[in-house]
Write a protein that binds this ligand. Structure first.
Ligand SMILES: C[S@@+](CC[C@H](N)C(=O)[O-])C[C@H]1O[C@@H](n2cnc3c(N)ncnc32)[C@H](O)[C@@H]1O
Length: 410
């Protein structure tokens, strides 16, 4: 469908800015954690919708399991059918493991992954080529310049015919754990751009009076504050929890145009541990992760009515040794690798003085979390990394993270 070794499409220049503001950064341990994600742990909520699109497509007939779908896809290619059963845009695809998994499950459909991280896009492209998955294309690009990124991808791969003269629109526009890394007003803009990229009068018929005969916009986002359960949660792991939230809030602050333009204080250096105070000053910035607000964010765009949005939830569990090891392999370097993106942000936070909640000692009764020397900050982060390693050695340890999922019919 697309060349077997699809090229990395270079960014028009917009990717670098977004990369610089991406909270967890593009270090290899971060990439490896995302690259272990699959449809089974991250995309099951979409499968019934994709199955329906695939089975409704005239060239496929009805197929309900992966083997049959793959066989159908192979036959379709041999028969020379080039029109995909459906088109799928994965926004913020990271290293592409979920996109590729979907592409393998639906070989007669066409998938495009867009991400501002050039190293992520490069890894995704290589992985697709290694696996021989040729119905997926990865493009460097940003959700804020989505149309531009998509058009570059389509042009470079000669896929113009697939989309026709009326412009490029997709049956499914999806993102996974991307909105959580954006500030509230950016989440709104991102959903609007995703809506703009979705087909408005396409193949999908809701048939249930919920409106919409076009494509779908879908998102799955964690609620790390409300739905993260750690057992056993030692004092050091509670520190990690607070530090993680605080660094993410500081990143949201620095990404939020309304804050950056109205404040002369460097955003990352503002006190951010007092969530209530922050919420009062800058509505929406008190929460670090987007999951809890996913439905309200979608509805507040005014693009969908409540009946057009299906909402589900699911949990990622870390309890098997391999799951715990993978978690620690990603978290420990963030804490310990001096110079990694997240480590730098955390040190900046821990060594800055508090301005919101008054005083460098953090909230009353809690451990000192701000106003540390650099050595104290690094030493504390090494201790926290050690606490995660201890956690992974504990047979009774468990970490659960819940996510909200929305499917919006256009
Ligand atoms: C937590 S990762 C998720 C990656 C992938 N969706 C997954 O679940 O494995 C968040 C992704 O969002 C991407 N991202 C950050 N800012 C973005 C933006 N402005 N536009 C598009 N993607 C963005 C990052 O580059 C990163 O790959």
């Amino acid at each position: 469908m697309v060349p077997a070794t699809t090229p990395v499409v270079q960014s028009g220049g917009g990717g670098g800015g977004a990369s610089a503001r991406f909270n967890t950064g593009y270090d290899s341990h971060v990439r490896d954690r995302y690259a272990s994600r699959t449809v089974a742990d991250s995309g099951m909520y979409l499968l019934p919708h994709l199955d329906r699109l695939y089975n409704d497509d005239k060239t496929h007939g009805s197929v309900s399991n992966i083997d049959s779908q793959q066989e159908q896809g192979r036959r379709q290619k041999e028969d020379g059918h080039s029109k995909p059963a459906f088109t799928f845009l994965d926004v913020g695809c990271g290293p592409g493991s979920i996109t590729i998994d979907f592409a393998q499950r639906f070989p007669g459909a066409f998938f495009m992954g867009v991400d501002p991280g050039e190293s992520f896009v490069s890894a995704a492209t290589s992985r697709a080529a290694e696996l021989g998955v040729d119905n997926v294309l990865f493009v460097v690009g940003d959700v804020f310049e989505l149309e531009d990124a998509v058009n570059r991808g389509i042009k470079s791969s000669g896929m113009e015919e697939t989309f026709g003269a009326d412009g490029v629109s997709f049956d499914v526009v999806s993102c996974h754990q991307v909105l959580s890394h954006l500030s509230p007003s950016q989440r709104d803009r991102a959903l609007r751009n995703m809506h703009a990229a979705a087909r408005k009068d396409g193949q999908q018929q809701a048939g249930d009076g919920s409106g919409g005969g076009g494509g779908i916009v879908a998102a799955r986002e964690a609620d790390i504050e409300g739905l993260m359960s750690i057992h056993p949660e030692t004092r050091l792991l509670s520190r990690w929890r607070r530090l993680f939230y605080s660094v993410l809030r500081a990143t949201h602050l620095s990404n939020e145009p309304s804050v950056s333009s109205s404040s002369s204080t460097p955003a990352a250096a503002q006190g951010t541990e007092d969530k209530d105070e922050l919420e009062k000053r800058y509505p929406g910035l008190g929460s670090t992760f987007a999951g809890k607000y996913l439905l309200s964010t979608a509805l507040s765009t005014g693009l969908w009515t409540r009946r057009q949005v299906a909402v589900t939830g699911s949990l990622n569990s870390h309890s098997e040794q391999a799951e715990k090891d993978a978690w620690v392999a990603s978290i420990a370097p963030m804490l310990e690798d001096v110079g990694s993106s997240w480590n730098k942000r955390a040190v900046e936070y821990l060594t800055s003085a508090s301005s919101l909640s008054g005083g460098a000692s953090g909230q009353e009764g809690e451990d000192k979390m701000r106003g540390l020397t650099k050595d104290e900050a690094l030493s504390m982060m090494r201790d926290v990394a050690g606490a995660w390693r201890d956690w992974a050695r504990d047979d009774s340890a468990w970490l659960g993270i819940g996510s909200c999922e929305i499917v919006c019919r256009c």
